[in-house]
Design a binder for this molecule. Sequence first.
Ligand code: PLP
Length: 442
Amino acid sequence: MSSSKTAATNNLEAFWMPYTANRQFKQDPRMFVAAKDMHYTTSDGRQVLDGTAGLWCCNAGHSRPKIVEAVQKQVAELDYAPAFQMGHPKAFELAARLAALMPSPLDHVFFTNSGSESVDTALKIALAYQRAIGQGTRTRLIGRERGYHGTGFGGISVGGIVANRRTFGTMLTGVDHMRHTHDPERNAFSRGIPENGAEYVEDLIRIIQLHDASTIAAVIVEPVAGSTGVLIPPKGYLERLRKICDDNGILLIFDEVITGFGRLGTPFATDFFGVTPDLVTTAKGLTSGVIPMGAVYCSADIYNAFMTGPDHMIELFHGYTYSAHPIACAAALATLDTYEEEGLLTRAADLAQYWEDGLHSLKDCPNIIDIRNLGLIGAIELEGIAGEPTKRAFSAFLKAYDEGLLIRTTGDIIALSPPLIISKDQIDELFTTLRSVLHAID
Ligand code: PLP
């Protein structure tokens, strides 16, 4: 090996880190080397309380025995099996269990490897379905400002984050966006679902009038927008959205990559809000973050619309080498067992009030302009430093890490979403640490 290419284990340069300030990180690295239950262990031997379930994904906590054991067993037994024209039993078992968990009629499951792939898959199923039922003019997809649907071209097309869209604009045709629902003037410091703003859904009517319903295939929204700072839908908004879609032959897609698997105190946000979409995207909590995996739900009506033509023909030209990967399936089955045995898919409902009270007790800290919460999600919006957006929240992130707490920031918003196993004492610890962080930063 040429000496110039010899890998130096202490060289941080080669890894181009995702969604990271690479230069800042590499000057002052923050490394996790182990994790157990509610805590990470850092490379300098400290314990860090996980206030974000990794990236909103480790809903069962870390290194849970049943999941670890299932993965270890599976890798030794069946390491890989193709899902194209072949199967393995755990894929079917998992799909059936997932279908049973979701309200009807969402009873068919397509496997992916991430939230981004789930979103692209759902958008493609929506387009192909409209074509299959003779509605081939319906090719437009509608998203929402401040929506995050991952990083694939489909996801950033319907997504509403400027930084994700501006550089790749030429690819993003055939989409439009509803306005977001965030209304701090009327809803700041709301507890739970905000009262005001259901009328923002009427923006979809404007879009329908502009393009005509016959050109629109689907609308995609996060029931609760997570990555852009926890934007909770106003009372009545999602119900009205469902009705407008129904009245106009438009499919409704819920992106439940964050809200799925217990985050709101019900298995899915569709249970929480009592609104059933036509397609649901999931990932993250499906395997509690242990192995990459996503799943897209649809109804038998949608599935059956494809089941025409000669039996030997492929019905949907879509799939991934690692769809229904055996190790991911084993991890997901063990995750579902863990959720079931420990009541984790409804645990957030029991903790929600305690969480809300703790979160809102920070209202008197410096520079707070809004606090919002739902289930085991919380957001603290800070007033940005003039001319230096994101800096104040990033300082809070760094300080919290030093103080033994992992938080996540987006813009000048701190987002919190701990594993669903968090105890009341740990909730107290989280907010006590955050209080001292918020007082310590400029
Ligand atoms: N959709 C939503 C709502 C998300 O929050 C995310 C990730 O945070 C994604 C999609 C993308 O998921 P992934 O990063 O697994 O591709």
